[in-house]
Ligand binder design. Structure first.
Ligand SMILES: Cc1ncc(COP(=O)(O)O)c(C=O)c1O
Length: 456
């Protein structure tokens, strides 16, 4: 009988892992070096061909001892690297090394947070971290999610269970698409979209909608819009919701991390008035995916998620003091994503995280200044968090879209796109605290070069 492959956990786990980690780190190094830019050049066909070539057979008859090196290398070479200063399209952050290292431990130990007997210490840590993060937002407790989408879904689910299936979602035009999608998923009435000509939810228009539409209502405001990083006027919205008895959810998937910064926290005034808040530390929080949370002001509301499965939370086990974890998520098997978050919070402290937030916001301001001072470019507006919308002054929408794709397919830069004021803009979402002024001017030079290369 052949020897089984080595296991990651157990007393011998570290001994087995060490040489494999060397292989992974070498392959990451070689792969990223071979890419030599923020993403692979050549576009989808070239990348697919390279992956096909490296992978060969996905399930060969006989195993390949070099598979780890081969596959990690090809993935690194073909990655869009958010640590590269010219990879700035999405809310796709470069993860901190310490968080990635902690995530390795989570994979090795493999606790599953659906029952205490699979995750004794991890469940205790999760309780501490979720409460601590909720307190940062002025709330009491929070649930760990796979990101903003799942947190928004849970927020709508809580509203449906607490207010009934006729609860109607009211949101601004710039709200994240996962909100109306969650309404569809949960069988709620068609959501009401309030126009947001200035990019944010207009409290007067909200007041009008709440006055004329039959309730109950769930208002979803946003602290950090996906397209432009704008923050809705939270105190005014909270006041209108209170006046109409509407429930308030705030999607702070992007902007929530401003809480860590003394300088930027005031922009979130009014956040704690929400019944639920989406946070997402795999955006502005430098965590490997996934690292989402939904905070609740009233922890009693979470009882609507209570669920029973005898093999995981038998009543007599719960009565005997074993924590009942099943109502903390709609998932069953669940990774300890709090480990990397806890390690990050404690390693950096509030001051360290706040400094990172301040740095990326300062980079966005600097980038916006460079755009504004360049007559060949047009700046959409001053950044509120770390997103800057801009475009070549003489380009039309088709030109802007083609320019972005040209940068992508030549592997030179990853910029996003966003529509604002009826026009298409290039979007730079600056999430890398280590970028320098040279990187920012270099990015603009690339934009000019690509624009000069003309229509494609
Ligand atoms: C404001 C906002 N909410 C929610 C989400 C969804 O987050 P996730 O992609 O982590 O599910 C995003 C994603 O960009 C977002 O920008």
């Amino acid at each position: 009988m052949s020897t089984p492959p080595p296991l990651a956990s157990g007393p011998q786990g570290p001994r087995h892992l060490r040489p494999l980690l060397d292989t992974v780190l070498d392959a990451l190094h070689t792969g990223s070096g071979a890419r030599n830019g923020p993403l692979p050049a050549g576009g989808p066909a070239t990348v697919t061909a390279a992956v096909l070539d490296a992978v060969g057979e996905v399930l060969p008859d006989q195993g390949d001892p070099d598979a780890l090196r081969t596959l990690v290398r090809v993935l690194a070479e073909g990655a869009a690297d958010p640590a590269h200063p010219w990879c700035a399209a999405h809310l796709h952050c470069p993860p901190l090394a310490v968080a990635a290292a902690a995530d390795l431990a989570a994979s090795v130990l493999n606790p599953s947070l659906d029952s205490w007997d699979q995750a004794p210490a991890a469940s205790a840590l999760e309780a501490l971290v979720t409460q601590a993060l909720a307190r940062e937002a002025g709330h009491t407790d929070s649930l760990v999610t796979t990101g903003g989408t799942e947190a928004n879904q849970l927020a709508l689910l809580l509203a449906r269970e607490l207010l009934g299936g006729t609860v109607r979602l009211v949101h601004a035009a710039g709200a994240h698409h996962s909100l109306p999608r969650a309404a569809w998923l949960l069988g709620l009435p068609d959501p009401v979209e309030i126009p947001a000509p200035a990019g944010t939810l207009d409290p007067a228009a909200l007041d009008d909608a709440l006055t004329h539409l039959p309730g109950p209502h769930l208002v979803a405001a946003t602290a950090g819009t996906t397209d432009a990083g704008l923050i809705d006027p939270l105190p005014e919205i909270a006041a209108r919701c209170a006046a109409h008895g509407a429930r308030l959810h705030i999607d702070a998937a992007y902007g929530g991390a401003l809480l860590f910064s003394d300088l930027h926290r005031p922009a979130l005034a009014g956040l704690d008035a929400a019944h639920t808040i989406t946070l997402d530390l795999h955006k502005l929080g430098w965590q490997p995916v996934p690292a989402g949370l939904l905070t609740v002001r009233d922890p009693g509301e979470l009882t609507v998620l209570a669920h029973h499965a005898d093999y995981l939370n038998a009543d007599d086990d719960t009565d005997a003091g074993l924590p009942d974890l099943l109502g903390r998520s709609l998932r069953t098997t669940r990774r300890p994503d709090v480990l990397k978050i806890a390690v990050t919070l404690r390693t950096l402290g509030r001051a360290g995280l706040g400094a990172l937030v301040d740095q990326v916001c300062a980079h966005a301001r600097e980038f916006a200044r460079l755009v504004r001072d360049d007559p060949r470019l047009e700046l959409h507006d001053r950044p509120v968090i770390s997103t800057v919308l801009f475009r070549p002054a003489d380009a039309d929408d088709t030109g802007v879209a083609a320019l972005r794709r040209h940068l992508l397919t030549t592997g030179r830069a990853v910029l996003g796109r966003a529509r604002a004021d009826g026009r298409l803009w290039l979007k730079a979402t600056l999430l890398n605290p280590a970028v320098r002024t040279d990187d920012l001017t270099g990015l603009l030079t690339l934009v000019h070069q690509a624009h000069a290369e003309g229509p494609r």
